[in-house]
Ligand binder design. Structure first.
Ligand SMILES: CC(C)(COP(=O)(O)OP(=O)(O)OC[C@H]1O[C@@H](n2cnc3c(N)ncnc32)[C@H](O)[C@@H]1OP(=O)(O)O)[C@@H](O)C(=O)NCCC(=O)NCCS
Length: 329
C-alpha cells in the first residue's frame, strides 16, 4: 500500500477590520489594559462587522490559501470548517464556503470541538487523505465569538476575538521533486482527547436545541488554566513519543492562542527559544478554532516556517477537548 501523507500546500487568514483595544474595552467594563495584558498577554482583538459571518471570513481566508497554494478551487474535494459560531444550525458553514469558492462536489461539513476544533478538523482531513478518500482538503477555523460573549462579564469578554484561518492539504506519496532532506513533508500524527466530565468549566449557556438562542460563554477561568497546562503538556509528550521524537526536534510551536502564560509554559517545557514560538494572542486574542490557522498563516507568510521544518500544534477548549498535531511543513 502506498504511504500517503497530507502535505501542507498553502495557508491563508482573514481578520475583520475593526480593532477593539483593551483601553476601549476598559471604558465599558471595570478592567484595565494593565490587568488584561499582564494576566493574558492580550492587547487588542478584531471584531466582525454587523452582518459579517463565519462563512464570509472562512471564504476570505480560503481564497488567500488557494492563492498561496497556486491551485484551482475545483481541485478541493473536501471542506471542513471548525467553528462554534456557525452562520446557521444547518446547513453547515462548510457547504456555504464550498459553493462560494466553486470547490468540487466532495464532502463539506462543520466540526465543533470548541477551541480544539482546528486540531480535530485537521485530524479528520488527514484521515480522509491517508485512506485515499480525498486528494485535496481545505481545513478552516472561523469564529465570531463576539456574538456569544456577555459584554458585561469582565472575566470572559476581554479574552476573545473574531477571525478565520485556512490550511490546504494535498495527498502526497513523497516522490515529488524538492522533498526536504530532513524528512518527508506532511501530517505525521494527530492526537485527540475529550473529557466530558468537565463541561461545566467552559460552555455556552444556550443553543438551538435548548433555549433557541445562542447564549453566552461561561467559564471557570482558574480551573481551565490548571487543566490547560496539565493536559497540553501530556498531549505534547504523547505526540512526540508516537513519532520517536524529542523536544529538541521541534522547530516551531504553533499553539492555540488563549493566554500568553499558557503559551510560555509550553515553550519552556519544549526548551524552545521565544522566537520559535508563534504568538498572535497579543493582537488577535483567543479566536478559538481559528487561532492556530491564523498563527500558521502569519508564520508562513513571514517566511518563518519553511519547507522541512517540524511544526507542533496544540490546543485545549470547552468540553473539555484537547489535542496536538505534528506536521513536517
Ligand atoms: C481568565 C484568567 C485570565 C483570569 O485570571 P485569574 O488570575 O485566574 O483571575 P481570577 O479569575 O481568579 O480572578 C482574580 C480577580 O480578578 C478579577 N477579574 C477578572 N477578570 C477581570 C478583568 N477583565 N479585569 C479586572 N479584573 C478582573 C476577578 O473578579 C477577581 O477579583 P476578586 O479577587 O476581587 O474576586 C485566567 O484564569 C485564564 O486565563 N484562564 C484560562 C482561560 C482560557 O484560556 N480559556 C480559554 C481556553 S480555550
Amino acid at each position: 500500500m502506498t504511504d500517503i501523507r497530507s502535505k501542507a500546500i498553502g495557508c491563508g487568514s482573514y481578520l475583520p477590520a475593526n480593532i477593539l483595544t483593551n483601553d476601549q474595552l476598559a471604558q465599558r467594563i471595570d478592567s484595565s489594559d494593565e490587568w488584561i495584558s499582564r494576566r493574558t498577554g492580550i492587547r487588542q482583538r478584531h471584531i466582525a462587522a454587523d452582518g459579517e459571518r463565519a462563512s464570509d471570513m472562512a471564504v476570505a481566508a480560503s481564497k488567500r490559501a488557494i492563492e498561496d497554494a497556486g491551485i484551482e478551487p475545483s481541485e478541493i474535494d473536501l471542506v471542513i470548517v471548525a467553528t462554534s459560531t456557525p452562520d446557521h444550525t444547518f446547513p453547515a458553514t462548510a457547504v456555504q464556503v464550498q459553493a462560494a469558492l466553486g470547490a468540487s462536489g466532495g464532502p463539506a461539513f462543520d466540526v465543533q470541538a470548541a477551541c480544539t476544533g482546528f486540531i480535530y478538523a485537521l485530524s479528520i482531513a488527514d484521515q480522509f487523505i491517508r485512506t485515499g478518500q480525498s486528494k485535496c482538503a481545505l481545513v478552516i477555523g472561523s469564529e465570531v465569538f463576539s456574538r456569544i460573549l456577555d459584554w458585561e462579564d469582565r472575566g470572559t469578554c476581554v479574552l476573545f476575538g473574531d477571525g478565520a484561518g485556512a490550511l490546504l492539504l494535498k495527498a502526497s506519496n513523497g516522490d515529488e521533486p524538492g522533498v526536504a532532506k530532513n524528512g518527508r513533508p506532511g501530517v505525521m500524527s494527530t492526537h485527540l482527547h475529550a473529557d466530558g466530565r468537565h463541561v461545566d468549566l467552559l460552555y455556552v449557556d444556550g443553543g438551538a436545541g435548548t433555549t433557541q438562542t445562542a447564549g453566552t460563554i461561561k467559564m471557570v477561568g482558574r480551573e481551565v488554566f490548571r487543566h490547560a497546562v496539565d493536559k497540553l503538556a501530556g498531549v505534547v509528550d504523547e505526540a512526540l513519543a508516537a513519532n520517536g521524537l524529542d523536544t529538541s526536534d521541534v522547530d516551531w510551536l504553533v499553539p492555540h492562542q488563549a493566554n500568553v502564560r499558557i503559551i510560555d509554559a509550553m515553550g519552556r517545557k519544549l526548551g524552545l527559544p521565544e522566537d520559535r514560538v508563534i504568538k498572535t494572542v497579543d493582537r488577535h486574542a483567543n479566536t478559538s478554532a481559528a487561532s492556530i490557522p491564523l498563527a500558521l498563516a502569519e508564520a508562513t507568510s513571514q517566511n518563518k516556517i519553511r519547507r522541512g521544518d517540524l511544526v507542533l500544534m496544540e490546543a485545549i477548549g470547552g468540553g473539555l477537548t484537547w489535542g496536538a498535531a505534528l506536521l513536517r511543513w
